[in-house]
Design a protein around this ligand. Structure first.
Ligand SMILES: Nc1ncnc2c1ncn2[C@@H]1O[C@H](COP(=O)(O)OP(=O)(O)OP(=O)(O)O)[C@@H](O)[C@H]1O
Ligand SMILES: [Mg+2]
Length: 160
């Protein structure tokens, strides 16, 4: 998997975020993981480019979308929305899954925090995603409601 995600260099360049999201969805599609979920895309075609590392940002979206699919256990709706504020682009990734309990939500970005021990998950996906987004001078926010779902918002500064 990482060979798909990682690019040979870590160079940052101007990226169309929709291309990065679509490439990630294609990878997840190859895994057969999108078969039983609905996808609702709401892309704002006028969002500006962001300055970023394509491979790293694919890894961010891969981790967050994979978690969304895990939480829905094969059925539900994945929502991917983009938009822009004054100097940042946002990507919202929503699921209709189990949600995250109050006691867990403050720990999800901690390395090795996982509730998927039975799947032998490492609990590293979000800690790495958080680091990558910080390295892009962006931030990730999360809103969640138990039994209803979770939305992650990735904010990335636009290129100068
Ligand atoms: N969309 C989501 N819905 C419900 N719980 C979530 C969601 N995203 C993250 N979590 C919770 O946050 C925890 C940490 O996520 P993270 O991606 O870092 O690790 P993981 O998925 O458990 O393992 P890994 O990503 O290393 O395979 C998950 O185990 C899960 O409890
Ligand atoms: Mg994960």
């Amino acid at each position: 998997m990482l060979s798909f995600v990682r690019q040979p260099t870590d160079e940052k360049r101007d990226l169309n975020i929709h291309d990065t999201i679509e490439a990630t969805l294609e990878i997840i599609g190859f895994q057969g993981r999108l078969r039983d979920v609905g996808i609702r895309k709401n892309y704002n075609d006028s969002v500006p480019n962001v300055r970023g590392c394509e491979g790293s940002l694919r890894q961010v979206f891969l981790s967050i979308i994979t978690n969304a699919l895990d939480s829905m256990e094969g059925s539900g709706t994945l929502t991917v929305e983009t938009g822009a504020s004054e100097n940042a682009v946002f990507v919202k990734i929503g699921d209709t899954g189990q949600g995250i309990s109050q006691e867990h939500v403050s720990r999800i970005f901690d390395p090795f925090f996982t509730t998927k021990a039975e799947k032998r998950s490492a609990g590293l996906g979000l800690s790495i995603a958080g680091k990558i987004v910080t390295d892009h001078n962006g931030c990730i926010e999360v809103t969640t409601k138990e039994c209803e779902g979770t939305t992650f918002t990735i904010n990335l500064p636009v290129s100068a």
